[in-house]
Design a protein around this ligand. Sequence first.
Ligand code: C2E
Ligand code: MG
Ligand code: MG
Ligand code: MG
Length: 278
Amino acid sequence: RAKQGGGNRIEFYSTEMNEQTLYRLELEGYLRKALEKREFFLCYQPLVDVQTGTIIGNEALLRWRHPKLGLVKPDEFIPLAEETGIIHEVGRWVLVTACKQTKQWQQFGLHPLTISVNVSASQFQQPDFVDDVKRALSQSGLEPHYLNLELTESSMLRNVHYSTQVMKELQQLGVGISIDDFGTGYSSFSYLKNLPINVLKIDRSFIEQLHKNASDIAIVKAIVTMGYGLGIKIVAEGVETEEQVELLKALRCHYAQGYVFYQPVTAEEFTKYIAVSH
Ligand code: C2E
Ligand code: MG
Ligand code: MG
Ligand code: MG
């Protein structure tokens, strides 16, 4: 396109591209050093039982604070971390940090507290992924059934045969598997039937308009009903209003997560919540 545009436009586009490329390279350079410079930290967002409001576990959410760039959002750096392979080392750090923290909270008295860790597609397809999971469990002392790995439909379906094998190995370890952002990918009933899935997390896009949209209610209702039938727990993501909570209660959705209950908070802040409620 730039070629047809004449002299000035060529320059305009190429300058813009250079700037983008430079920014990417700069970001990549910073990202490579972020782990050793201890710029990453985890936030934890509770998952609650819809009927009682009790905290049943947390999801670990990665945060990157760079001295120059400030707080960078996961949606901005995770794709780059994946493309560059940096995600493997970062992913290992997330796993072990989240497991150790959860073990510590359990020892604090919050016993059946689970932890959900996001796993990106390329991380899951890595040949030593199961070893990383085993190492995080042994280093933390966390029992496997307290750990859930959050995969997306696209990361499972990238290489179905291999993914199935890995999921079965994880199941044998006792680790749970959640499907994140459910309903936005190429949802297929056959994998629900054949794969060891413990939890489906209904994407926020079906929850946002729940109180105004009959289609969303019908979809959530169907997913919850299917969950009871298949023995899969259902989580509603991104719940922001009391109206949504009431509907989810009426629909008998098991668990929920969202700003109406808790925002993602640092480990220190979560520890304060526990101290207060004990
Ligand atoms: P996700 O796993 O679907 O996480 C849910 C996102 O929704 C989080 O954004 C969370 O902060 C946000 N959220 C929670 N409650 C609400 C709500 O009530 N309303 C709204 N509007 N948003 C809510 P966050 O922390 O920016 O993470 C974005 C995505 O980045 C995650 O989506 C996940 O796919 C990815 N991610 C985060 N941490 C990691 C990680 O350690 N490893 C990998 N591979 N991916 C991660
Ligand atoms: Mg998630
Ligand atoms: Mg999600
Ligand atoms: Mg997401």
